[in-house]
Design a binder for this molecule. Structure first.
Ligand code: ATP
Ligand code: MG
Length: 384
């Protein structure tokens, strides 16, 4: 397979294709932009699809420009949305950015990655600059995109702010001098607006390459944080294995192609899935974690608590639920423990714990099982 075949192989749109081929053959290192809005704390396998493509460009000697949309996150990307997004606070945006970057570097080559935040050039824009930018397009062209036309058609509100999103994210390409912009197919409209706006500002327009949207573990919608159908890059190996085993059979081909870089195993659907689960655990956590993840899946599948569920010695008196989770080693920080509780994945004796403030009487907990996610268990034992 030639390098170009590899780049274009699993892409959906390549616009314009001849131009991108020409640039790739020019021998000049290209600037490849990939934008992320830090709207949630974790990166999932859907994001890995585009990050892996970015990594392929890096492996050919090009520069990855990872654009953190710390300013565009305040506007909210309307792509695929049927409602205005909730506003994020600057603190939330900053915290999300930190975890996003750590996780993105699991896939990217740090040396060849230029991380940029769009507040750098968006924050100093004056009203005159913004008026100038809005002249670059027409209302008809903005309303053309189906996310807007659907909402407009049924009379759902669209804020003027949202209309600005495609323009503002396109302006990032002007500031970054992007040669190529990558994204999922849901970004096509935004990426093409990037071409238009670059031209408007007298720059050579970027080429655009889109990747298929990975369908989530529910088998119906795109993998997304808000739908709870995702597998996070830093999730525990046992959770990665178990969640993968819950993906519908008909998605195997896409998962192999977009995440494992290998042909689908010629075997029964369940064996294909096991091999995918092993492959994903191996890529994300290393080969030495696969056996435990698979063995645990087999035990839990028989509805038991894994034999090796660790024992956690309870302290005297009251114990705060957040401390209990970190004590059991299921979270490294209090923040992570809180997220697990908020996500609804924490149970004691089978009962969900939803209040992150709750303190429990250690004596009453003796002999209970603490469960985090579907596959991690600990037995709570009295102080010695
Ligand atoms: P949100 O649902 O809040 O929009 P997101 O998961 O789409 O979040 P973004 O920051 O909007 O995250 O997306 C970053 C990049 O990842 C975009 O190019 C987007 O198209 C791509 N992407 C997101 N989800 C998937 C997916 N399931 N499969 C492939 N690419 C995806
Ligand atoms: Mg999105």
């Amino acid at each position: 397979m030639t390098q170009l075949d590899r780049i274009f192989g699993n892409a959906v749109d390549v616009i314009p294709r001849e131009e991108l081929e020409k640039r790739l053959n020019s021998g000049r290192p290209l600037r490849i932009k990939l934008g992320f809005d830090p709207t949630a704390p974790d990166i999932h396998l859907g994001h890995a699809v585009v990050l892996k493509k970015l990594r392929e460009f890096q492996d050919l000697g090009h520069t990855a420009v990872l654009l953190v949309g710390d300013y565009t996150a305040r506007i909210g990307d309307p792509s695929g949305r049927s409602k205005t997004r909730p506003m994020l606070t600057p603190d939330e945006i900053e915290a999300n950015t930190r975890t996003y970057l750590d996780q993105a570097h699991l896939i990217l080559d740090r040396e060849r990655t230029e991380v940029r935040h769009n507040s750098e050039w968006l924050a100093p824009l004056t009203l005159a600059d913004i008026i100038g930018l809005t002249r670059a397009t027409t209302v008809a062209r903005i309303l053309e995109r189906d996310d807007f036309s659907k909402r407009f058609g049924v009379g759902d509100p669209i804020t003027l702010t949202e209309l600005l999103y495609p323009l503002v994210q396109a302006y990032d390409s002007v500031a970054l001098d992007a040669d190529v912009e990558l994204g999922g197919t849901d970004q096509l409209y935004n990426l093409l607006m990037g071409r238009h706006i670059m031209e408007y500002y007298g720059k050579t327009p970027q080429c655009v390459l889109t990747m298929p949207l990975l369908v989530g573990t529910d088998g119906s919608a795109k993998m997304s944080k808000s739908l709870g159908n995702y597998i996070g890059l830093t999730e525990h190996p046992r959770d990665v294995f178990g969640k993968t085993m819950s993906i519908p059979d008909n998605l195997m081909r896409d998962y192999y192609e977009l995440l494992l870089d290998r042909d689908i195993l010629d075997a029964t659907p369940v064996e294909q899935k096991r091999e995918l689960a092993r492959g994903l655990v191996r890529v994300l956590h290393g080969a030495d974690t696969v056996e435990d993840a698979e063995a645990t899946f087999d035990t839990v599948a028989k509805r038991g608590i894994p034999e090796d569920a660790p024992e956690v010695t309870l302290p005297e008196g009251d114990v705060w639920i957040v401390d209990l989770i970190t004590l059991a080693g299921f979270a490294k920080t209090n923040g992570e423990a809180r997220r697990l509780i908020k996500g609804g994945g924490v149970r004691i004796g089978g009962e969900p714990v939803v209040d992150e403030k709750v303190s429990l009487d250690a004596e009453a907990l003796q002999g209970s099982v603490l469960q985090v996610g579907k596959r991690r268990y600990a037995r709570l034992v009295p102080p010695r």
